[in-house]
Design a binder for this molecule. Structure first.
Ligand code: FES
Ligand SMILES: [Fe+2]
Length: 444
């Protein structure tokens, strides 16, 4: 019989219920119901690449026809690694005795076996499907009969000329604490604005926080009064491991209104104690992350932001720590049993509860929530937004509660506007009009 859930959201089956990613674990089985990006397409050239994904040792390769295969690393004959295999016109040939495998694991040839051999009909090399999208390779490691569509988020083509530029870097810790970092907007004040100067000074102002439900997760929101303006930054938390974020350099000096994001990222587990931080920065005329970075600043181990990796000298990291330092130093798997959670950890708790519920539901055979494309344009709506709007002088002393109510009501207006079957400009104009109306009503 299951015991009640702890306040932190940890299931009493043990902490690894939420964090473990192997194929036999409840969490690993849940995560396997989704597509996950794992490398840049540009990393895969003529030679196969050995890698780990959710605790499994695999090899990815392009055959000479350009098709991509993702196979179990060890050849099913006698275990030689297929990273030493030879890509063929069709599939890959093991270097040791020449057995050849198609990208779906079918044994195409066992050249030294007699023609009567049945081996190639009786066995298959383990194989997973791969898709390429905007320069990232995605894998699906779940049950073949339940394979979902690769999600196409509206932010991938938000504005005309939008260019999603891929990047990835490695985090030497469990995936969940990296996701939790995004559910915790108060850290932007301290880690990124007061302790370090990675975000603009506007982020030094303590915000009202809120966490507003969306179809696949929630908005992690910070609402501030700064420079006589209301400044809202709302990040998308999309189950199980997608985050979408607006910029870090908004000084809240000029009015603006924007539904969309500068970054879409996944946290893809490599194993229980390593993960990829991987995704896109969206470059477009309207929202090239405030002109801060260029496409060349992004790539493998290049995140275009200070403090995301361990590349800086240790003392510099101590003086100006970033997300890498804060999150990796929680431990390989953060010990959630020794935490002392406060009210600002509401988003972290919310995510753990959602995750525990989803893992449990998957164990019971329910189909996990999947991104739902709009029927009229085939894209999945997402909700990250950011705006700066002037308020009346009288509103500049608005209480924390008034700010919080406003941020929530305005987020609901953005979510409702995103359901309209209209183009992005019309949706944004409608949302802005409603947010301005709420600003008059709630913060006045
Ligand atoms: S080990 Fe691969 S063909 Fe023998
Ligand atoms: Fe951060």
């Amino acid at each position: 019989m299951s015991e009640p859930m702890r306040p932190s959201g940890l299931d009493t089956n043990g902490e690894d219920f939420l964090t473990a990613v192997g194929p036999q674990t409840p969490g690993g089985q849940y995560l396997r119901r989704y597509w996950h990006p794992f490398m840049l397409a540009s990393e895969l050239q003529d030679l196969p690449v050995a890698l780990r994904l959710m605790g499994e040792d695999l090899v990815v390769f392009r055959d000479r026809a350009g098709r991509i295969g993702l196979l179990h690393k060890h050849c099913l004959h006698r275990g030689t690694s297929l990273e030493f295999g030879i890509p063929a016109d069709k599939g890959i040939q093991c270097c040791y005795h020449g057995w050849k495998f198609d990208i779906d694991g079918t044994i195409l040839e066992t050249p030294a076996e007699p023609p009567s051999s049945k081996i190639k009909h009786n066995f298959k090399q383990g194989a997973y499907p791969v898709r390429e999208l905007h320069g990232l390779l995605f894998a699906y490691l779940g049950p073949p009969e339940s394979m979902p569509e690769l999600p196409v988020l509206d932010t991938f083509a938000k504005d005309e000329g939008n260019q999603p530029v891929p990047f990835r870097f490695h985090m030497p810790c469990n995936w969940l604490q990296v996701v939790e970092n995004a559910c915790d907007p108060i850290h932007n004040v301290f880690l990124h604005a007061i302790v370090s100067s990675q975000f603009s000074d506007a982020f030094k102002v303590l915000p009202a926080l809120d966490f507003v439900d969306t179809p696949m997760g929630f908005l992690s929101m910070a609402t501030r009064l700064v420079n006589g303006k209301v400044f809202v930054r709302a990040s998308d938390i999309i189950m199980p491991n997608i985050g979408q974020f607006t910029g870090s350099n908004n000084k809240a000096s000029d009015d603006s209104f924007r539904i969309g994001c500068g970054r879409t990222r996944w946290v893809t587990p490599i194993d229980d104690v390593n993960c990829h931080y991987i995704g896109y920065v969206h470059f477009n005329p309207k929202y090239t992350p405030y002109g801060q970075i260029q496409p060349d600043d992004l790539g493998v181990d290049k995140a275009g932001l200070i403090g995301q990796t361990d590349e800086r000298p240790y003392k510099e990291r101590q003086r100006e720590p970033g997300d890498y330092d804060a999150v990796a130093s929680q431990g390989q798997v953060a010990n959630r049993r020794t935490e002392h959670l406060g009210t600002t950890d509401r988003g972290v708790v919310m995510f753990r509860r959602l995750l525990a519920k989803a893992i449990q539901a998957n164990l019971q055979g329910e189909t996990p929530a999947l991104p739902q494309p709009m029927l009229w344009d085939g894209k999945t709506r997402t909700y990250a937004h950011e705006y700066v709007l002037s308020v009346t002088p009288a509103s500049q002393g608005a209480s924390h509660d008034a700010l919080q109510s406003f941020g929530r009501a305005a987020a609901l207006a953005v979510i409702a506007a995103q359901a309209l079957s209209a183009d992005d400009e019309t949706i944004e104009a409608r949302a802005k009009q409603q947010v301005l109306q709420l600003l008059k009503e709630v913060v006045s």
